[in-house]
Design a protein around this ligand. Sequence first.
Ligand code: PMP
Length: 381
Amino acid sequence: MIYMDNAATSFPKPPAVAEAMAYYLNEVGASINRGVYQSAQEAGLVTLQLRQRLCRLLGHGDPTHCILTPGDTWGLNMVLLGALGPGDHCLVSAVEHNAVMRPLHRLAAMGVTFDRIPCDETGRLRLEAADSLFPPNTRLVLIAHGSNVSGTVQDAAALGRLCRARGVPLVLDAAQTAGHIPIDFTGWGLSALAAPGHKGLLGPSGIGVLLLSPEFAKSLQPVITGGTGSASDREEQPDYMPDKFEPGTPNLPGIYGLEAALRWIEEQGVDAIHAREEEMCARFLSGLREIPQIRLAGSWESRNRAAVFSLDFLRRDNAEAAFDLEQNYGVLTRCGLHCAPAAHRALDTFPQGTVRFSPGPFTTDGELQETLAAVAAAAAG
Ligand code: PMP
């Protein structure tokens, strides 16, 4: 089997991830912030190390503002529902995932309005058009850093400058870029960044990260409240970080697994991971150019993109092509709309969707070539 679905979830993981999770479950077993015995202290230390590693990787200076969440969707909901209320306006991109659009439609039913920053045919945002989309009640701008359909990576630094000039917080959904591409939370002037642990961060599912700037953390309301093991004499949620946003017993197997994954990423270096991915993109794109019966949704550039490629098979049904790729060539892809109907509308692949190929850091050159040969055969019918 050739796994080409890393945009859904990364596989395989560095072996240390499963080892660390098994070690926690078999030998540690304690929660954090609740007991003072040795194993609880050890678990607390690993949790702190995870926050520190996430901050180092994503360019944030303060581990207390690194919230551990159950996943990217949770982090995005925490931001949208905690920051917006009736009468507020929000700006998103035209290529958002439903992890953003569904909470936003829920909010729209309560009196929140939103606009979409348009993009060109490659999925790149037209930032010049964003200028006219900031009514005075704009409270938030939230965009996918990298599209999970076309792989297009937006210029977050430029959008950060635009938002700062208007005093509006910018939030990045880094689902397809964290762990793949160097990110500079502070330098780009971000107010929040959400990412899942199970994609480019190479950890398990069920854990994610939400980074907050100190200013944004103060104004953001917690959506879920409950026990934190701290300030237990009070029935109100603590207002200090990270407890304000971390109620309930955390996902400790996930924390151990993600901490091990981040250690692996640090050893490799995110710059090196990114450089290898860029090479892989160039090779894959140049192979695709030789195949006439397909259309690539998005950019043919190997730079400023994630290793996510969406193909429309022109001679056959996409679902049939994906089935053929699996059954006859062992290539595992994801077919359909990828929880992002807006992106497919913007890229003109709605409603038929695409077959998405997403190699990862463990994909070999041989697997890439075999995939290209399989695409050529499947495209010919
Ligand atoms: N945003 C984007 C751009 C994504 O690709 C995904 C996952 N497909 C999500 C949000 C949601 O991530 P999760 O399902 O891990 O919460």
